[in-house]
Ligand binder design. Sequence first.
Ligand code: PMP
Length: 307
Amino acid sequence: MAFRSDYIWFNGEFVPWDDATVHVGVHALHYGSSVFEGIRAYSTSKGPAVFRLKEHVQRFLRSPRPLQMKIPFSQEQLEQAILDTIAKNGHDSCYIRPLAFRGMERLGVDGRACPVEVVIMTWEWGQYLGPEAITEGVEAGVSSWRRMAPGTLAANCKIGGQYVNSQFITMEAKDRGFVEGIALDVNGFVSEGSGENIFLLSGGRLHTPPLCASILDGITRDCVITLARDMGYEVVEDMIPRERLYSADEVFFTGTAAEITPVRLIDGLTVGAGRRGPVTAELQDRFFAITKGEAPDQWGWLTYVNE
Ligand code: PMP
């Protein structure tokens, strides 16, 4: 499962992996002016299927708006390009990374004169938070780094430069012996992980921070809210003070890379019984049955590559 495949889609053409390079003068390298997506294609009996393709491409086209950067491809073109890249690379399942960035023209902070370059990379990638994370759960810690304050950056957009904050969070967590960090927002309420949204179960009800807690509007978060409500659970989007993490019955992360990952220990304190909880397991079962094409795709979340 190397970080590699045969071809990269580069501004509409397929380029061999090793030839997909840029100049050191590209604006994005200096100022973080890029946007990206993380998407998964799952293996099914009908071949690879991309999970929530439409919503990921919609977010990809929406993310650069505060940067005044326009991606020179349409929703339909990008959806097709993603399917074509998976087919060209012959993947059965993969991670998909669309990236758009300001290229090279001149070097000043205002990069609006620079061309916008677009690439799509795919490669085969397993469990993001480790091989046992999905069943055994992970250890996390509350980060000393806060998420970006409202009116500073654009938490709801996947802008490259903003992921310096995510790097601070995840590096600190690993240095402290955790798999992932949980960041608070500027007011001290729970926000999210470095690349995951977070849910907690308390009194039989699921809670997750609202969009105003400096989170990314995660697509997996939306899946979990949809599935949980369909399964009869009440889901509330509300501000969560840090201390409620320690008294929760279950906690889990959601994200395209992390999927649904239980958190069994936070800051050395056990969450619930200290292992994956029953509601987390039930949600995982429903989620993976859909991604594998084994359960009815009642919300139209799968796009088959070979259809
Ligand atoms: N928060 C952040 C900061 C992220 O980078 C991600 C990954 N895209 C998520 C949450 C989860 O979002 P999604 O479920 O759409 O992958």
